[in-house]
Design a protein around this ligand. Structure first.
Ligand code: SF4
Ligand code: SF4
Length: 333
């Protein structure tokens, strides 16, 4: 499944400008985390372990907007924590839409019905609901009973009100190919969301349950079985064909760690969305002061099992845009 046309044009124009200006390193999507607090305590979460004094903080609107403007990425994914616990999250969203950004608001959806009327449908805005399985499976992943039903109710409400809804499914080693097929079929066919994202969970050092993460070989086996028999083509993935190839072991490449940078309450996380080696005060400082060649599979042991889209999707997108054959394949998809 290819990206919507207006997004393909937005991204293509942005990439062309970087090429003309001969910019070597630039972001495709910026991750913005304006708070760390959350109303859930998922077992695989690497975000909610901060002390209470940090969990209380909320990023001011002006600071969030200034960071987005400094890095210049055409797309912004707002996450956290739970963004709907930020009292001005709708203002941050509006300000980014005014600046022609494509904004995705990631949420566990528990608070979505309460806050939905602060937002308006927009072709440059989508809810991204976290959904790791069907029924008890999702409840187990988020460590709370009843959240699956709440998420499904919220998705249906958002669709009824005319919003675009995406889902994000994180996959752990507790998943069988049959489970994953059932989950993606349900989200794609029964819920009818606009786009689906999937990612193997990254083994955050801070995650409370360290035994649930997949290795590279396990990831490839799981996805190749789930994608077999033409299923990959029927699901409306929000991923490039090359990233899907990468997940099922049909392609291999290095990550682009600056492609999806993270700005949070502490600054720009070094070096990437997943590793936490300190913070830079500005995007420029992050770019210029990071030894990028030290990161990636085979270079840092923490990267060895990473197959996350924040690192590898930018490589896949850049390779797609740089190849006529891959561009035609993406268009056909
Ligand atoms: S909903 Fe997201 S931020 Fe909240 S605990 Fe779960 S993984 Fe962490
Ligand atoms: S492999 Fe993953 S964890 Fe390592 S630098 Fe790349 S994106 Fe970050």
């Amino acid at each position: 499944m290819a990206m919507p046309l207006h997004l393909t044009v937005k991204l293509g124009t942005y990439l062309m400008k970087q090429k003309i200006k001969r910019v070597e390193k630039y972001p495709l999507i910026m991750e913005l985390e304006p708070l760390f607090a959350c109303n859930l305590k998922c077992a695989g979460c690497g975000k909610i372990q901060h002390p209470a004094s940090v969990l209380k903080q909320r990023m001011p609107v002006e600071q969030a907007v200034a960071a987005v403007e400094e890095c210049g990425a055409p797309m912004v994914s707002i996450a956290g924590g739970e963004p709907l616990m930020h009292p001005q999250i709708h203002v941050i969203t509006q300000e980014l839409l005014k600046r022609k950004k494509f904004v995705v608001l990631c949420t566990n959806a528990v608070l979505l019905p309460k806050h939905i009327d602060k937002f308006k449908p927009n072709k440059n805005f989508a809810w991204m609901v976290h959904l790791d399985g069907i029924g008890e499976k999702h409840d187990e992943a988020v460590s709370k009973e009843g959240v699956f039903e709440q998420a499904v109710t919220a998705i249906k409400l958002a669709k009824e009100k005319g919003f675009q809804v995406y889902t994000n499914t994180t996959v752990f080693n507790t998943e069988t190919p049959a489970d994953l097929i059932a989950t993606l079929d349900y989200i794609n066919d029964d819920l009818g969301v606009d786009r689906l994202e999937i990612a193997p969970g990254y083994a955050y050092e801070k995650a409370p349950d360290q035994d649930r993460f997949l290795g590279v070989q396990q990831t490839r086996e799981l996805f190749s079985k789930a994608f077999a028999d033409g299923r990959r083509k029927k699901w409306r993935f929000n991923h490039s064909q090359l990233y899907l190839d990468f997940l099922e072991g049909k392609a291999d490449f290095q990550c682009t760690p600056w492609g999806v940078p993270l700005y949070c309450l502490k600054g720009w996380q070094k070096p990437c969305y997943l590793l936490d080696d300190g913070y830079a005060a500005t995007w420029k400082e992050l770019l210029e002061d990071t030894d990028w060649e030290n990161f990636g599979r085979g270079k840092d042991p923490r990267c060895d099992n990473c197959m996350a889209h924040c690192g590898y999707e930018p490589t896949a997108v850049l390779a797609t845009m740089g190849s006529l054959k891959e561009s035609l394949r993406a268009f056909a998809g």
